[in-house]
Design a protein around this ligand. Structure first.
Ligand code: URA
Length: 434
């Protein structure tokens, strides 16, 4: 394959043949194409985009780079859920046990943090002993036994996406509709669920900054899912400000436990109920949105969801005691309060900047090789719409390494806009596309 020519043609805005894209992905997966050429190609796609046909070829090629899960041994409609990435977005940790507790099998292949956004696998790894690599046989056995399993991308399933995802993270090529659609849908198709609920985030902390691009991404992904016979729904949700109040891996596990107990931030609970209802509806486990919601609320408030989370942690080798004693999760040596330099109503909290501040504290990766600190992160004390006095705490930083503390504080404070008037309420869910 003449890689410089392929890069040049994409750079100049040409549409490539499906066979060329298939070869490109195959050769990158085997190592025949080096990272520097793929990085240049990704940047060309970032600027030039891809046609629907190219995006479909990219997705198919990434699925074909590995195996596909076969769930025929597990009865019922298997559902999966995926978020395009956000800040303090702990929904998967809540939804997977919640929906499984409602009797719907949940199967999921999850990713690590990308850029300023968190990743389910990094969060789960903060639970002592938790195993994120399951073989296909282990996945099937576990879903049969307890109705739920989450695994990291292995060398077996969509390995091309695993490699590309890590490269895009460090080459500023994440925010591209065809690349996100191919990445998400190749994982979903390879993981083999019958029904897929996509949470497409939009706003300052999302990869899609405006509703029009989020809608386009949602439509491309729903079409890719339906083309290959998977029931697919996308929910477009607000990621202008962090969804929950915790940003960082162990901190987000703590917050998920609070929501599974029926508490936690109202906004996080609400998004979980919306997405969870769609999962139940797609699986045919509820006749209406209202019925689905009532069941899920009952499971959160009645302890069923938390009991399923305990069982899930135990099944994957983690210490289930963390659900009753969250202090068993990794904790940072220092807790440093960050106060507001001025008073006023909080009219905006730019989620991306909060995510970047948490990354600087060690909660995310700055380079491909960075090692995550599971205990590091930010505990928010105020939300958009709250009033804050000068000198009042906005957040508590959880810190083990002070190297980037001042940079993190500056980045964090720059996320806040204060105003004399209370802002109008923001919208949490924009649209559902099916
Ligand atoms: N989530 C993914 O799985 N892939 C992307 O490219 C972005 C978000």
């Amino acid at each position: 394959m003449n890689m410089p020519d392929l890069i040049r043609r994409k750079r100049d805005g040409e549409a490539l043949e499906p066979a060329e894209i298939e070869l490109l992905i195959r050769d990158y997966t085997t190592g025949a194409i080096p990272d520097y050429q793929m990085a240049a190609f990704l940047m060309a796609v970032y600027f030039r985009g891809m046609t629907r046909e190219e995006t479909a070829a990219l997705t198919r090629a990434m699925v074909a780079s590995g195996e596909q899960m076969d769930w025929s041994a597990v009865p019922g409609v298997k559902v999966d859920k995926h978020s395009t990435g956000g800040v303090a977005d702990t929904t998967t940790l809540v939804l997977a046990p919640l929906v499984a507790a409602a009797g719907v099998p949940v199967v999921k292949m999850a990713g690590r943090g990308l850029g300023h956004t968190g990743g389910t696998i990094d969060k789960l790894e903060s639970i002592p002993g938790f195993r994120v690599q399951l073989s296909r046989e282990e996945m099937v056995r576990q879903v049969k036994e307890i109705g739920l399993a989450i695994t990291a991308q292995t060398g077996e399933l969509a390995p091309a996406d695993g490699k590309l995802y890590a490269l895009r993270d460090v080459t500023a090529t994440v925010e591209s509709i065809p690349l996100i659609a191919g990445s998400v849908m190749s994982k979903k198709i390879a993981a083999g669920a019958d029904a897929i609920v996509l949470d497409v985030k939009v706003g300052s902390g999302a990869f899609m900054p405006d509703l029009a691009s989020a809608r386009e991404l949602a439509q491309v992904m729903v079409a890719l899912g339906q083309e290959i016979g998977r029931r697919t729904v996308a929910v477009i949700t607000n990621m202008d400000e962090p969804l929950g109040m915790m940003v960082g891996n162990a901190l987000e596990v703590k917050e998920a436990i609070a929501v599974l107990r029926g508490g936690g931030p109202q906004e996080l609970r609400e998004i979980c109920l919306t997405l969870g209802s769609q999962m139940l509806l797609l699986a045919g486990a509820a006749g209406s949105d209202g019925e689905a919601r009532r069941r899920l609320e009952g499971l959160m408030d009645g302890g069923g969801a938390l009991a399923k989370f305990r069982q899930f942690i135990g099944a994957q080798g983690g210490d289930p005691e963390v659900t009753d004693r969250p202090e068993l999760l990794p904790a940072a040596r220092e807790q440093i309060t960050v106060t507001s330099p001025a008073g006023g109503y909080i009219s905006a909290v730019q989620a991306r900047l909060v995510g970047e501040a948490a990354m600087l504290l060690g909660a995310g990766r700055v380079t491909k090789e960075s090692v995550i600190d599971p205990a590091a992160g930010i505990e928010l004390k105020k939300r958009r719409g709250d009033y804050v006095n000068a000198g009042e705490p906005l957040a508590v930083f959880h810190v083990n390494d002070r190297t980037n503390l001042e940079a993190a504080r500056d980045r964090f404070l720059s996320a806040y806009t204060l105003a004399p008037e209370r802002p109008s309420n923001g919208q949490l869910v924009y649209e559902i596309i099916s």
